[in-house]
Design a binder for this molecule. Structure first.
Ligand code: GDG
Length: 453
């Protein structure tokens, strides 16, 4: 069996709570073994010439360094202030600067130079996400011949958004150097084909086989999953003291998201306000817990979303709170994973309402955490990749506060038989399309080399 080499921006280090990518990849690599290459998470004055080995995990780990200037241009700049907003349909939040792109290209070229000597001829190389789009091009320049695949964890933009980048056509060219590009959902595959058609030179041979800018490649939809059994067990076994003790007869509604403008947190707060305005009978009967750990705080769009979120929470609480009831509890800190699992299980409603999201693992975690006898209801945005396979959730448009408020009321009143019927179907999807299914699906597609037409 050939060795699996994963490359991602961050390595899983330290006690910090992981984002979706790290959670998923950690389970995949623990299963197969292999090498994981990524950034160590601290800036250095002079980056080391070669990768630094970090023992102490069930798989090999090797890190690259970044200087402050590289971090600012590659990570904070091009990746998070250009690609992230563009790929989430928010060209208006983009901060386009030529020096970001230059640093992004240079950092990818250096990662490739450091990685190439560590590679074996029969490795399979699995690159992750939008930080590393040019990596295949750079590795090929250095003569690496092993199969290279990219999995993009975020949505693929439509052509209008991609064209708002200064180098939209170059993005398509970067992707054409991979043997396989895996995307979260069918809608992303369609967007990729449209962009490749309009900004590149596309020949489509069907069944995911393409020739883009003269190079043969495959494209596939590979929806990411979770370790459903492990998560269900964590929820069952969560210490009772981690549960919310002060509910006093109210139903719990929960949201868990990095505080990112793509996650639709203010929209969700406004819908809750609408619900409380329309239904006085629900006052003191529903408690909304929003866990929103900080992320990318140095970027101004994230400071704006934090201010908006905190302002709204304060205003809504001021409007409706009683001496015995605080409608919104907002926690701007990460909680331990086991505590989260227990809270999901306790919650009658899971709120997942992004404006754009590659998949959204919280939707799957919420379902896995439920008590089969008395499961809660998932409310899910139709703009999350998860909506393609989780149609038994209450699917909503997060931009419409009235529709979302109606779904909250419907979920609160849904009879147990219907809750169970919906949950069983959702749980079946979460269990069968889990994280192992996802990595097998991607890696077996990577092994099938494109057949030149
Ligand atoms: C990207 C894509 C795609 C959150 N708060 C805490 C905490 N979390 C964990 C959740 C979940 C993960 O972080 C978030 O995953 P998501 O999928 O919701 O979102 P992104 O971080 O944006 O991930 C996304 C994903 O990659 C995988 O491909 O689904 O679309 O954007 O696991 O539970 N964990 C802990 N404390 C917290 O406070 N411990």
């Amino acid at each position: 069996m050939s060795r699996l080499v994963c490359v991602s921006n961050r390595l899983p280090l330290g006690p910090n709570p992981a984002g979706g990518l790290v959670v998923a990849l950690k389970s995949a690599l623990t299963e197969t073994g292999g090498l994981w290459v990524g950034y160590r998470g601290e800036v250095t004055e002079t980056p080391s010439d070669s990768l630094i080995d970090l023992p102490g995990a069930p798989f090999e780990r090797a890190a690259f360094d970044l200087t402050q200037e590289e971090f600012d241009g590659y990570y904070r700049g091009y990746a998070n202030s250009e690609l992230w907003p563009i790929f989430h349909g928010r060209a208006d939040l983009c901060d386009i600067r030529p020096e970001h792109l230059e640093t992004y290209r240079a950092v990818n070229a250096r990662i490739a130079r450091q990685l190439a000597p560590r590679l074996r001829r029969d490795d399979r190389i699995w690159v992750h996400d939008f930080h590393l789009l040019p990596l295949a091009q750079e590795l090929r320049r250095l003569g690496v011949e092993a199969p290279i695949g990219l999995f993009l964890h975020i949505p693929f933009p439509d052509v209008h958004n991609l064209s708002a980048l200064s180098n939209g056509a170059e993005v398509i060219d970067w992707l054409s150097r991979y043997d396989l590009v895996g995307l979260q959902a069918d809608r992303d595959v369609l967007s990729f084909l449209d962009c490749a058609w309009q900004l590149g030179n596309l020949e489509d041979f069907g069944k995911g086989r393409l020739k883009v800018n003269g190079r043969h490649m495959r494209i596939a939809s590979c929806p990411i999953g979770i370790d459903a059994e492990e998560f269900a067990a964590a929820a069952r076994d969560a210490p009772r003291e981690d549960r919310l003790r002060s509910l006093t007869g109210a139903e719990l509604m929960i949201g868990v998201d990095r505080l990112d403008y793509s996650k639709g947190i203010p929209q969700r707060f406004r819908a809750f306000q609408e619900l409380l305005e329309q239904h006085e009978d629900l006052h003191e009967k529903i408690a909304f817990l929003q866990i929103a750990p900080p992320t990318r705080e140095a970027i101004s769009a994230y400071q704006v979303i934090r201010e908006e979120t905190e302002h709204l929470a304060g205003r809504i609480n001021g409007q409706f709170a009683t001496i015995n009831w605080t409608p919104i509890r907002y926690i701007h800190r990460p909680l331990p994973r086991d505590t989260l699992a227990g809270l999901y299980r306790q919650a009658a409603i899971g709120l997942v309402t992004p404006l754009a999201d590659g998949m959204n693992l919280v939707a799957k975690e919420y379902v896995a955490a439920q008590d089969p006898e008395d499961p809660g209801v998932l409310i899910l945005s139709r703009f999350a990749g998860a909506a393609e396979m989780m149609g038994e959730a209450l699917i909503i448009n997060p931009h419409d506060p009235c529709e979302l408020a109606l779904a909250m009321a419907e979920a609160l009143h849904m009879p147990r038989t219907e809750r169970r019927r919906r949950w069983e179907r959702l749980m079946h999807v979460v269990q069968t399309q889990d994280v192992r299914w996802w990595s097998k699906r991607f890696l077996s597609a990577l092994e099938r080399q494109p057949i030149p037409a």
